[in-house]
Design a protein around this ligand. Structure first.
Ligand code: ZN
Length: 74
C-alpha cells in the first residue's frame, strides 16, 4: 500500500491547527535553582526543569512536543 503524502501533510497541518504554541516570555530564571538557570548574566536562560514548572503552573494542559516546543493541548 502506497503512502498518500498529500494526505499525511494534510493530517500534520490539521494537527498544527489543533495545537497552540505557548509564548514563553513569562518564564523567568529561578534564583534558587541549582540546575542551570542563568542568574548571573542578563541572558535570562531558564533551565528546562524551571521552564516546565512555570509553564505547567500557568498552562495546566501544556504539552511539550517532539519539536521542543510548548503547546496548549486541546
Ligand atoms: Zn532552573
Amino acid at each position: 500500500m502506497e503512502i498518500d503524502i498529500d494526505n499525511e501533510l494534510e493530517k500534520n497541518y490539521e494537527k498544527l491547527q489543533e495545537e497552540k504554541l505557548i509564548d514563553l516570555n513569562f518564564v523567568k530564571p529561578n534564583k534558587d535553582c541549582t540546575q542551570g538557570c542563568d542568574n548571573i548574566t542578563d541572558n535570562n536562560y531558564v533551565c528546562f526543569e524551571c521552564e516546565e514548572i512555570q509553564v505547567r503552573e500557568k498552562y495546566p494542559n501544556a504539552k511539550y512536543t517532539d519539536d521542543c516546543e510548548w503547546v496548549l493541548d486541546k
